[in-house]
Design a protein around this ligand. Structure first.
Ligand SMILES: Cc1ncc(COP(=O)(O)O)c(C=O)c1O
Length: 474
């Protein structure tokens, strides 16, 4: 049985794209109640915060003094993108908040970045490899673009044991996000794509950059030529496929970021059948597979027939705290073929040889350590820690009477604020509690009315955040 199948834990989050108007014209809740909260500051003082209207973000195209311009025209696809990528914008707002309240103890439960130290067993392996690089015998330069043979084999046997995935099907990378963009390069600009709505923003943004989409339509907050598969509490966060138009590529993330929901075996079977009927390729993102506690598939390849219609991308980021180390992988089965019969994996291999030079050898040593019995145990402990955080957050919002989704199979909690603008809720929470969350609408129009609360945080911070949420919403 593979590790993905064995993993016993909780679960994860989502992504987004920002509508021009939601980005720059966010209406802060000027009607904010005069609610005051006592927040402990870094200097152990108590800072009394009174709700106030935050300063508006800078205007989008403020004319700067231009001294010189090149004659190169801007990539029109870049111009289609709506404002910045979601998470840098949140970081910008956090920085502005910290300037306003320099003594506040700001708690970050926004961007899904890990906070706990990498287990020493794993860093020791990386340190050893780093030191070996200073010796004649241990030095190595460029490695195979597809990854070290031993690591590819270990990923195949650990996560896909018994599923017919082999060493050569694995492409080791510097992370799932980077692979998402390389996959877009592989597909080119003439494909159509579908995404869950809401979804991790990298799928849509990379699709826009590749030129697969039309312009952003402000009335519906969607890009033209993308099929948005709405995922709501009403449909159990699994799209009604009878209403989904055929596309070439279907991005599907489970456990999902941001909703924290996970698709069942039966739902994924339907998705695979849908792809097969339409001749589509599923790009399955299993970056949170190890957070699954239910008996749902950890990999799309657990579904019969998936190897002919799906590839999968995954990552050590959220399992071992590798968000900074950078290590992930993509699985492309040899059975996956383009319409002319050419293997998708062969083209992807060509892409990684052109656009990538292989993952860092030090990071790969870390990856190998992760997949030893001791490393796997350490990763499960890391995941288990965040799962406990998730439970604290879920319990907090439930006790306050909110409808709360996710959290069982993912490190993300999806909290419903019906009828409210999620940027307003984000701003109110930040202003009144100094907690950074993520506005649901940043993950697509289907995220409006929700906020995502990430369970990646130190335990003390999560407990403190729970207290502040209780004060705010009691
Ligand atoms: C669904 C999903 N896929 C991919 C990634 C990126 O992972 P990596 O750090 O491996 O690039 C994230 C990061 O938050 C994510 O949420």
């Amino acid at each position: 049985m593979s590790v993905m199948q064995q993993a016993t834990s909780i679960s994860s989050s989502g992504s987004g794209f920002l509508g021009q108007n939601t980005f720059f014209n966010t209406r802060y809740s000027s009607s904010t109640k005069e609610l005051s909260i006592k927040v402990k500051t870094k200097n152990s003082g108590i800072c009394k915060c009174v709700a106030a209207t935050p300063p508006p973000p800078p205007p989008p195209n403020e004319k700067q003094q231009i001294a010189y311009k090149t004659n190169v025209s801007r990539n029109g696809n870049m111009a289609k993108l709506q404002a910045g990528y979601l998470f840098p914008e949140i970081a910008r707002r956090r920085a502005a908040h910290m300037l306003k309240y320099p003594d506040a103890n700001v708690i970050r439960l926004g961007i899904g970045d890990t906070t706990e130290p990498i287990p020493e067993f794993i860093t020791s392996a990386m340190a050893k490899r780093a030191h070996e690089l200073s010796t004649l015998e241990g030095y190595s330069g460029y490695g195979a673009e597809q990854g070290e043979k031993q690591l590819r084999a270990k990923i195949a046997s650990t996560y896909y044991g018994g599923l017919g995935i082999e060493e050569n099907d694995i492409f080791v990378s510097d992370g799932a996000k980077c692979d998402i963009s390389r996959l877009q390069l592989l597909f080119g600009s003439n494909v159509t794509m579908a995404v869950q709505d809401p979804s991790y923003p990298a799928y849509v943004d990379s699709s826009v950059i590749m030129g697969q989409t039309g312009q952003f339509q402000t009335d519906v907050e969607k890009y033209g030529n993308i099929e948005y598969m709405r995922c709501t509490p009403e449909n159990g966060f699994f799209p009604d496929l009878s209403k989904v138009s055929r596309t070439d590529v279907i991005f599907f993330c489970s456990p999902n970021n941001p909703t924290g929901s996970a698709a069942t075996r039966e739902q994924l079977t339907r998705l695979v059948q849908f792809a097969k009927k339409n001749g589509s390729i599923i790009v399955y993102d299993s970056a949170y597979g190890m957070y699954m506690t239910d008996d749902n598939p950890r990999s799309i390849f657990e579904i019969p027939g998936a190897k002919e219609v799906a590839l999968e991308t995954s990552s050590f980021s959220k399992y071992a705290g590798f968000t900074g180390v950078r290590l992930g992988w993509t699985v492309i089965p040899k059975e996956l073929l383009f319409s002319d019969g050419f293997p998708v994996a062969k083209d992807f291999s060509r892409i990684v040889c052109t656009a990538f030079n292989g993952a860092s050898n030090i990071a790969q040593a870390g990856g190998l350590a992760c997949l030893t019995p001791e490393g796997l145990k350490a990763m499960r402990e890391v995941v288990g820690f965040y799962q406990e955080n998730t439970q604290i957050i879920v319990d907090t919002f439930k006790s306050l009477g909110f409808n709360v989704y996710g959290g069982t199979n993912a490190p993300y909690v999806w909290v419903h604020f019906p009828g409210q603008s999620s940027w307003d809720v984000f701003s109110e929470i930040l202003e009144k509690t100094h907690i950074v969350t993520t506005p649901g609408s940043g993950f697509g129009p289907g995220g409006e009315g929700f906020i995502r609360v990430s369970a990646f945080g130190h335990r003390d911070d999560v407990l403190e955040a729970a207290k502040r949420f209780k004060q705010l919403y009691k």
